[in-house]
Structures are given as structure tokens and as C-alpha cells.
Design a protein around this ligand. Sequence first.
Ligand SMILES: [Zn+2]
Length: 87
Amino acid sequence: MEITDRYSATGRPAPDPKTMCKGDCEGMGFYPTRNKKEWPKGAKPDEIGYVFVRCKPCNGTGRRDKKGMVPDIGGDVKKLRKAIGGK
Ligand SMILES: [Zn+2]
């Protein structure tokens, strides 16, 4: 699996640096780990030993704001900027 191109690999757009999670997921909401302590119960690793786990800081959203999530504002850029504390 090619980690460096995982945005296009999963069909998700690359995250906006202004709103992307600063946790281990790098804006994906999930991240691969080989640490068995982080795996959910019953997780089966892929052929190279990784399991994708939900990112705790963003709770799987890949985004952040004051509450750790950006609310769904239907693509309104002004509302989005306000929501994330910008101008
Ligand atoms: Zn995250």
C-alpha cells in the first residue's frame, strides 16, 4: 500500500490545512498503525501488518475546530471561515 498517495487512493480530497486535524490522521480521520494496543477488537491487519484506526483528536472526521469538528455548513465559505475562527 502506498501511504504517500492515500488521499487520491481513498477518493477523498486533500484536506484544507486550515481545517485538517493535527493528529496522527493528517486530515484523513483514520490512520494506519502497527501498534496492537490501538487496534479495535477483532481487527485484522493487512498483509504488511497495519490496521486503520479512528483518530482520537478528530473522532474520525479528519478536521478540527474549537470542538474538534467543523460543522456541516453546506459549502458556505463565509460561514466556514467564521466556524473555524477565521476572518
Ligand atoms: Zn485526526
